[in-house]
Design a protein around this ligand. Structure first.
Ligand code: PRP
Ligand code: URA
Length: 209
């Protein structure tokens, strides 16, 4: 399997274009983020473990696979990653949810950790880290470091928009994880915002400024 997948399905691309539009309001933005996460999750969870259960069809009894949902941990990076959780849980409602709180210093653009709570045992789960934006890659890389320090092994990172700089950093720091991207954009500006991007994802999801 490739380490990086850009999920350029027309449905995902269409919804990302709506997200980019500065005229898209908070309510619609939130819905779009959730829908995109669900569409991306369909691909990112392709290798999710299944287990066979016994089912009686109208004709006979058979063993048939179901998702081993308790084996999935969804871990949004606060705040903006929260907007993607519902989309993944609509696919795997039994998944456990952890949280990692990081904020980017506006001057240095370095991430600072303020919260971490992960479902245990974490080492036996597929862990899907969610953040709409991979800019410098500092937050994504630190989040994966934290999860590894807690024992996480099978880690996937899913973002809606990535900058080449952030992708390179995440690949270099964590060559062992799978990375799913909705759109790989041109690059970062002086404030380390992704261009063309969509602006500040957290502010647009939560209606703050
Ligand atoms: C944003 C975004 C990522 C991070 C990406 O969060 O949601 O977590 O920046 O930037 P990086 O790749 O350069 O680290 P922010 O720190 O603005 O916090 P918020 O989600 O609480 O708004
Ligand atoms: N965080 C965001 O929300 N947007 C960017 O473009 C970069 C970091």
């Amino acid at each position: 399997m490739e380490q990086v997948m850009v999920l350029n399905h027309p449905l995902i691309q269409h919804k990302i274009s709506m997200l980019r539009d500065k005229h898209t309001g908070t309510n619609e933005f939130r819905t779009l983020v959730e829908e995109i996460a669900m569409l991306m999750g369909y691909e990112a969870l392709r290798d999710l473990p299944t287990e066979d259960i016994e089912v009686e069809t109208p004709l006979e009894t058979c063993m048939t696979p179901v998702i081993a949902g308790k084996k999935l941990a969804v871990v949004p990076i606060l705040r903006a990653g929260l907007g993607m959780v519902g989309g993944i849980l609509s696919l795997v409602p039994t998944a456990k949810v952890g949280h990692i709180g990081l904020y980017r210093d506006p001057e240095t653009h370095e991430p600072h950790e303020y919260y971490c709570k992960l479902p245990q045992p974490i080492d036996q789960r597929t862990i899907l880290v969610l953040d709409p934006m991979l800019a410098t890659g500092g937050s994504g890389s630190d989040a994966v470091n934290l999860i590894k320090r807690h024992g996480g092994k099978h880690i996937k990172f899913m973002c809606i928009i990535a900058a080449p700089e952030g992708l390179a950093r995440l690949q270099e720091d964590h060559p062992d994880i799978q990375i799913y991207i909705g759109s790989l954009d041109r690059g970062l500006n002086e404030q380390a915002y992704i261009c063309p991007g969509l602006g500040d994802a957290g502010d647009r999801i939560f209606g703050t400024k």
